[in-house]
Design a protein around this ligand. Sequence first.
Ligand code: CMX
Length: 464
Amino acid sequence: SSPQIDEGERGFSFRFDAPLDMRMDTTQGETAAEFRAAAEIKDIIKNNGDLKLGEITVAQVYQGMRGMVGMVTETSRLDPEEGIRFRGYTIPELRKQLPKAPGGTEPLPEGIFYLMLVGELPTQDDVTFITTEWTKRNNVPKHVFDVIEALPVDTHPMTQFVIGIMAMQRESVFAKAYAKGINKKEYWDYVYEDSMNLIARLPRIAAYIYRRKYKGGVHIEPDHKLDWAANFAHMLGYEAFDMKRLMRLYLTIHVDHEGGNVSAHTTHLVGSALSDPYLAFAAGMNGLAGPLHGLANQEVLNWIMELKETLGGGLPTKEQIADYIKKTLTEGKVVPGYGHAVLRKTDPRFSAQQDFYRTYIKHDDICEIVQMVYEVAPPILEGTGKIKNPWPNVDAHSGALLVHYGMHEYDFYTVLFGVSRALGVLASLIWDRATNSPIERPGSLTTDNIKAKIKAAKEAAAKS
Ligand code: CMX
């Protein structure tokens, strides 16, 4: 039912068409294969396109479009009070219900990818199938490593990561097929192939950068018997079961946070120009590398370690933490790991990591400081009267768990976030192409335009 692709072009012989094809409308015959979702969206626009979803205010236009609905994202939805749901499931539900590795207690990221892509919870077989696919596809061309090697070793890992992704763009089957000429109904299939290849290869690139920068360039080959997250831990050089368990949780909870965050939105935006998944994802990763977004996980650890150093080591008191938070604010800096553009409560991704700490680690100084900051920071942040969300986000906890298991290289943390984020933004990109999502092109105004609108509104009010 789905478009046939020249196997030589893909470079491998397997077709993953069953789950996506379940959503295709084949009632009109082989040639009319179309996603049910695409047909439904066409119908919604035709019959209800005029329905208003809200009004746009001047403040929203100037202040980062907060709360302004501007796109459709199928993979996840963020509620300000409750936090994230992936295709309707909360993180605690997914920690219970998603398939695990043999003997494992945390979900396999393969499962959340399947859920986001297909819209249904995977079986153990579905997850094994994805692991096998990613293992088959994880070969990184040598020139990609050569390009990374050409960079000074102290280049930030996120920069090395993005450059590695860009060096792989040459492999894009979407770009090659598009250059030859393809029907737009087939876009999703090539974007799917590129996305699967990219996800399979990202841990290898990330691990290469890690071993290059911090472990003297002594690299570790993948172990094809391991699941995606465990293999990543292995290639990074962490063999302990505990770190593999953390990796599975870490790579599951960072995948997606609905469509408007910088990394997801950028990937969607760049992809809307029909830039292939390599180009679109690399763009998203440049956004993740900003300190107000994904780089906050690195900043949190720097901030905590600076606090410890100032006090000469050991556990600080709550008063000392309070003073340190106030000092950070007085210096005009942000308290990293706290606040959010949408969330108004503790991030359930923070809570999941807190639960991981309490269940498996129980005592660790840095993790204890994280818990103390959680008690002390919110009232102080709230007391400023301007910070809309005084509660911790995902980045407030993640670094402390990594340090506990021996990963002290804080500036690598955002790469881990990026490897995970690929799963959500690429699943969304496949849906964008499957549902014929158009090039994104919002309007903009000048301040003079806005002043003119204010004047006109005042005059109209005076007349009435
Ligand atoms: N520390 C200090 N000030 C903060 C703050 C924090 N943690 N969070 C917000 N503020 C400030 C803002 O800088 C802003 O100040 P000005 O009015 O002087 O410009 C004011 O409070 C209002 O901001 P807001 O509406 O509450 O927050 P925004 O939606 O503008 O920004 C975010 C959200 C996340 C960028 C912000 O809370 C922040 O900078 N937090 C720290 C960095 C961080 O943890 N980022 C990671 C977010 C999760 C992720 O993407 O990974």
